[in-house]
Design a protein around this ligand. Sequence first.
Ligand code: NAD
Ligand code: DAU
Length: 352
Amino acid sequence: MTILVTGGAGFIGANYVLDWLTAGNEPVVTLDALTYAGNLASLAPLNGDARHTFVHGSIGDQALVGRLLRSHDIRAVVNFAAESHVDRSISGPAPFFETNVMGTLGLLEAVRNHLAALGDGARQDFRFLHVSTDEVYGTLGPADPAFAETNPYQPNSPYAASKASSDHLVRAYRETYGLPVLVTNCSNNYGPLQFPEKLIPLVIHNALANKALPVYGDGLQVRDWLYVGDHCSALRRVLEAGMPGETYNVGGDNQKTNIEVVRTICTLLDARRPKADGTSYANQITHVTDRPGHDRRYAIDARKIERELGWRPATSFTEGIARTVDWYLGNASWVDDVTSGAYRDWIKRQYG
Ligand code: NAD
Ligand code: DAU
């Protein structure tokens, strides 16, 4: 049998596909629309690997998804496909609703039609794993308990609202049509292959290019950093043993302020790639106008996935951030590839 991974040319999806085929031999079909965030170079290690098939297309194309489900005898869908960058959702929300809401609806419809044609056993064994975010829960104060699966949804950005909508759709397909769905809500991922519009790779990229390291507002916003390899192992475990209809929060147990993250990257770069003039990369830190509606703090209570499925994050922030910095230093050509004209236009619009 085979799994279908959507958005598998993006950051987490590509890590997941590579990780899946390292851990086992079950074939993967990757479906990706190759937006600015999708990059086939991330899947290059699988060139010529008969276990992997790449298909260029959209999750909203029901006919295409239906054909893939049938012709590859798909037993599970792992849905990563999305517009994922909060700042882009603020400057232009519409694509977020087209992909994250209408795209997910198309995917769910294709799966519903496919399952209707299967026998009872295959239908029961099928899984639809929807990868979502902690941002649907809104923001936390400094002393608030971390987000549990029972927290109410209070999305604050257009991105978060679109992901919340997609989560609701997935839930509705469970309740109404009995789809065997699983939902995960995870915190900020970091690691290899992340597009340099997100904080950590942007800071590494800008530092090496001798550009400003833009910190929004006071930089004291808190994120719970999850190493992408740990996220992949959590998703494997949820797919293997998660209970259909359930939601699992996935976190890194690594709460850090943004300024602390940026300073840590500077320190690592100072040691690994010292600047010719002997100064620290930290001198490039520049506080810029804050993000509108900026969530102050996210933190994940991951006790459910630990208790029920025995998963815990394995990577400390110290270890994960050093590995990440080393990956970017060793993969300059991947970064050069993705920081093309379209990337430069975005940076100019966003940072002036
Ligand atoms: P990404 O932006 O790096 O990748 C998204 C991928 O989806 C790209 O390859 C893009 O080409 C593809 N895509 C976009 N629209 C598509 C469509 N209509 N059909 C098929 N493919 C399409 O995103 P990411 O950071 O890898 O995030 C993956 C998923 O995880 C997203 O759903 C995101 O909301 C969620 N998530 C991400 C994080 C994080 O920290 N990065 C944290 C929590 C949840
Ligand atoms: O929490 C999960 C979410 O994490 C995912 O659902 C999103 O897809 C993912 O993009 C990420 O969202 P964030 O907005 O938290 O990530 P980002 O890397 O954009 O920003 C991290 C923090 O750093 C946030 O507080 C904003 C801040 N920031 C970001 C950028 C790009 C800066 O201070 N300067 C910047 O230039």
